[in-house]
Write a protein that binds this ligand. Sequence first.
Ligand code: ADP
Length: 709
Amino acid sequence: MDIHNLLKKYYGYDEFRKGQEEIINNILDKKDTFAIMPTGGGKSICYQIPALVMEGITLVISPLISLMKDQVDSLNSLGINAGVINSTQSTEKVRETMYKASNGELKLLYVAPERLDSEAFFMLLQTLEVSQVAIDEAHCASQWGHDFRPSYRKISPFIKRLKPRPVISAFTATATIEVKNDITNILELRSPEVFVTGFDRQNLEFITYKNENKRDFILDYLNNNKDKSGIIYAATRKEVENIYTLLSKKDISVGKYHAGMDDLERKENQEKFLYDDIKVMVATNAFGMGIDKSNVRYVIHYNMPKNIEAYYQEAGRAGRDGEDGECILLFSPRDVVLQKYFIEQTVFSTDRKISEYRKLQSMVDYCYTTKCLRKYILEYFGEEDVKDKCDNCSNCKDSSEVVDITIDAQKIFSCVYRIRERYGVTMIAEVLRGSKNKKVLNLAFDKLSTYGIMKNYTIKEIKDLVNVLVAERYLLQTEEEFAVVKLTNKAINVLKNNEKVMQKVHKKKKAVKVDNSLFDILRNIRKEIAKRESIPPYIIFTDLSLREMSKKIPLNKVEMLEIKGVGEKKFEKYGEEFLEKIIEYNDENNIRNLEEAALDSDKSKEKDKKKKTPSHVVTYNMFSKGSSIEDICSERDLKDSTVKEHLLKCGLEGLEIDWDMLIPEEKEKIILDTIKEINSYRLKEIKEKLPEDIDYSTIKAVICKHKAV
Ligand code: ADP
């Protein structure tokens, strides 16, 4: 079956995402493949579709048990036979999966790299036709990567023992040049085609706030986003506990996760989050590896993380299903102090420490930059020609008002000056507010001219203002445990009336009231099914699919299959249950007419038949109108080999093709001679006899021309 049809039938998607089609074709051409795609970019489909097309089984090597289970559940729910073998399973279970594999019942088998040590496993594989080895999270092979796993080094010797050698595909979301070369060498990929689809995640909105009172902010945010799933990352266990307590008291459905908790409690909380039983997870960075939950709608960083790599990875856990996600970073200068402390605590070499400090500085600069945040991140990862404005980050969409706070700032600065830059934020606030606190009186601060000059503010409001001035670098907070606030040159200028202080006040985003009633009904039925089948809800349908259903209100099978993410198998399994609810809702609210919908979908089927030009025919039409292969590649953003494949396909379907345009003159004879010599049209045999630089598409073209003549 054609790969487009497979995409529609199993996954319910109409089009491939950037890079997917080329990667799949490359694997199907039996060429080793190395793909670097962002989180949520759709890597899995790139090796799963070839697994479906090729004879035999695909072995998928993946580092995390939880991820493998998720993937296999998800494949099975799509109607694709897949199994997993891991160390937590009983011998019985392992045997059962092995049996299924040897019976040819599985198209994909997931294993951890440690399994490659097992001789019994190797023996099993020898009895099977392994067509592809797909290596997920390939950066684990490199010592330079951030998740080095020594067992990834076993992959290459293992593959060498497999006869014949299967095609290898390797996937990762992060790879610097160093790591990329390392991976290619360690996995011994054979002249791999490397596909880099870029790091951008357009559905994520990046937001940084410097001047917020963090507690007020999250309470307000969660209040406005009650129904959504999200993660709040904090830098320390203590901070996690504090936020957790704060939110629990407000009756928010919240869980916590950090390395100080016992395994069982952590696991339970994680499951509850995956199953949508709790909406908010407050966690340290120990949480998230191996969590594929696709409907995380926001990730809030309560503290700034140590570097952009960590930030992008953590923030990237939002919106994996392609629906909008918010990534909010709440910055305060104290975060920098904490991160520096963490670096100092490590046993890293001096060089490594310097490198960590440098990365930290880039992170701090991100918090202060006024340019497009997306551009900043993408350029950090080495992307070129990034647009200046993305219109989906807090700097591009700046909706803040600017307020002149010079007078208040001067009051604060002069107070700092009068208490000789020797006290912290609390003392400053107390003096300005005119507190009768013992310490204030003992120090005779009630005699200062600045005593009580901000009486009309609360202590909290004054403290918040001081923090704003610290964040804007008018004041400096020292790095000791009891931080002291000092003036910077910027503040002196303000005191001398040479400069004004303008504060940006963010207009709070109020939740837009949307009618979610059908979406909520669908979400509930999804949750019921998830409980019944013991799989996380997002594996049944993504939020994106449910959202589309609640917007388009499909009333029959044809309309349901038009919803993104609803493939035939999924429809068979769950479609009717969802349809029933939608029809019920439609009846109650009188939105669409059932008969008209049936008529519409008949028409749309007809229209579809008439209208949709398959991708390969689009290429053919351009080619016939005189575009060169290069023109088509650049205009359609396709690879040379894909364009040639398209033309070949049209030729085979009987459209007229000038084969000579696809066959370099000097290569035709040698290919024909080889075919005669081995007296066979078997592509692989022919290819092996020919020089390396002659590719499959040229051979196929010669065969077609030859047979056609
Ligand atoms: P990755 O492994 O790259 O992080 P996944 O393979 O988990 O990403 O895919 C992320 C999400 O994108 C999944 O929900 C997947 O079904 C969806 N997806 C993948 N390919 C497509 C496509 N061509 N069209 C629409 N959605 C897609």
